[in-house]
Design a protein around this ligand. Structure first.
Ligand code: 4AD
Ligand code: MG
Length: 468
């Protein structure tokens, strides 16, 4: 085959170099046609759109074309011409085709017919080849890029916090242990407790649930930082919004109070959504038309208004009034309860009809590091609640008083040996500071309109599932 430099389909579809010879490589989506002419829809992953390859059957031979079926990979040399067909500006009149790999129609699972999302999860190694998952993973990349750009442009530093840790940031006991010990032969002391002396780290270690504590060390030196990395939670909740391995973005800013924190969170999310609308419209349009006719409208909707800000206590009042007026929730509503996603979504979707930032939660249902309010009952927490998602961000102003923080740590029985370094931020040059965590996959649920969080991460890890 004549050597012609490859052009990506995304660029060819914008090209006006009619008459020039081009090379394109990709995977066959479909091939159809007649005895005289064959049309191949080719995709190379660079865009949701296919390029049409027009083949003179007589010239290349019917037998040669036979193995070019859905899923096969080919390289095509041909002439770029203006297309007469609907839906595309250009097409390629093939002069030469090389077949890299065939895909037996009897065994290749991604034939033309639509597949259920459940089935596609079982073939997560192949699902990026579908239009839907191609769109989702291009959007995922774009969102990651937008996040780095947002923070970099505002003078934040990307700070790498450890993945293996010996402290439990959220204190919720949902950590996956990391060990090199022989699980069949663990040494125990006379009380039956495992002796970790001989383990790799010489103590109990786990995968992190959050980079926040180390992020605070960085914020109280570099000023404003963010983390963006994988986090792990062994929570046995089989819901469409929970993963055992998910990615989190955690900005942390010295001298910010809870109001600055809320402003940052709102500006940040709106920036990401705007970025998606500006840079991923082909993919979003596809998802809007195929899955969720309200998607684009919902994305534009959150950009329009300011997020509602109200306290947990006010939120509970609204929910209690709703119950008094006949609204039925699965879980009870009362002051002190940890809100379920149905409660959060009621506030956002039914009551206010826009995103809500709920603040000042009861301290019992929030983590030890949150700044305590004067009432002695609540802490300066903030959760950002979104339509269709519920909680998308969780954060707070941090307790900067050494004494108050220490008292809380002791009240909750958190082992001091794990926390001495964290307390040093309050011992030496302590400052007010705030931060939050955005669940990357929750953001992607919102931006793609997908209904299940397993469908916005390439290889989801959930209870009883670590395939691929
Ligand atoms: O509310 P969370 O637990 O907050 C923290 O971890 C804080 N340390 C963050 C901080 O202040 N720096 O988690 C933050 C966000 C949630 O709002 C949610 O979007 C996401 O992380 N999240 C999950 N996403 C997917 N699967 C799970 N199991 C998640 N748990 C939390
Ligand atoms: Mg939370």
């Amino acid at each position: 085959m004549e050597l012609v430099k490859r052009t990506k389909i995304v660029d060819l579809l914008k090209s006006e170099a009619y008459g020039s010879t081009v090379n394109v490589k990709g995977w066959v989506r479909t091939r159809r046609g007649s005895k005289q002419v064959s049309f191949i829809a080719l995709n190379d992953g660079s865009t949701i759109n296919n390029i049409q390859i027009v083949v003179d059957v007589e010239k290349l031979g019917e037998d040669f074309l036979k193995p070019i079926t859905t899923g096969a990979s080919i390289s095509v040399n041909g002439v770029l011409v203006q297309s007469q067909g609907k839906g595309q500006n250009v097409e390629i009149q093939a002069t030469e085709i090389e077949i890299y790999g065939t895909a037996d129609p009897n065994t290749y699972p991604l034939q033309k017919k639509g597949h259920s999302m459940e089935f596609l999860r079982e073939i997560a190694h192949l699902r990026p080849r579908t239009n839907t998952f191609g769109a989702i993973f291009r959007i995922r990349h774009n969102m990651a890029y937008a996040i780095h750009k947002f923070f970099h442009d505002r003078g934040f530093f990307y700070f790498h916090t450890p993945i293996i840790t010996a402290s439990d940031c959220e204190g919720a006991g949902q950590m996956f242990q990391v060990t090199t010990m022989n699980l069949y032969d663990m040494k125990k002391d006379e009380n039956g407790s495992i002796i970790y002396d001989g383990d790799f780290f010489g103590k109990q270690a786990s995968l992190t649930v959050s980079g926040q504590l180390e992020g605070e060390l960085a914020a109280t030196s570099l000023g404003q930082i963010y983390t963006f990395g994988p986090t792990f939670r062994a929570e046995n909740s089989n819901t469409p919004r929970h993963l055992a391995e998910f990615w989190m973005i955690e900005p942390e800013v010295a001298f910010n109070d809870i109001n600055d924190n809320m402003e940052l969170a709102e500006e940040f999310i709106k920036y990401c959504v705007q970025w998606a609308l500006d840079n991923c419209m082909d993919d979003i349009k596809f998802l809007n038309d195929m899955f969720d006719k309200g998607l684009i409208e919902r994305l534009q909707g959150v950009l329009k208004d300011s997020f509602v800000r109200l306290t947990y206590t006010e939120g509970i009042k609204i929910l209690e009034e709703a119950v008094a007026n006949g609204k039925q929730f699965e879980f009870p509503v009362y002051w002190g309860v940890d809100l379920a996603s149905e409660h959060e979504r009621y506030l956002v979707e039914d009551h206010f009809k826009k995103p809500v930032i709920l603040t000042d939660y009861p301290k019992e249902i929030k983590a030890f590091y949150m700044k305590q309010n004067e009432d002695g009952k609540t802490v300066r927490a903030m959760d950002v609640l979104f339509p269709k998602i519920g909680e998308i961000i969780g954060g707070s102003e941090r307790e900067e008083s050494y004494d108050k923080l220490l008292t809380r740590i002791e009240e909750l029985g958190i082992p001091m040996k794990d926390m001495w370094w964290y307390l040093d931020t309050r011992r030496f040059g302590t400052v007010p500071h705030s931060g939050f965590g955005l669940g990357f996959e929750r953001l992607l649920l919102f931006v793609t309109g997908m209904a299940n969080i397993r469908d916005v991460i390439p290889f989801p890890r959930t209870p009883k599932n670590a395939e691929f």
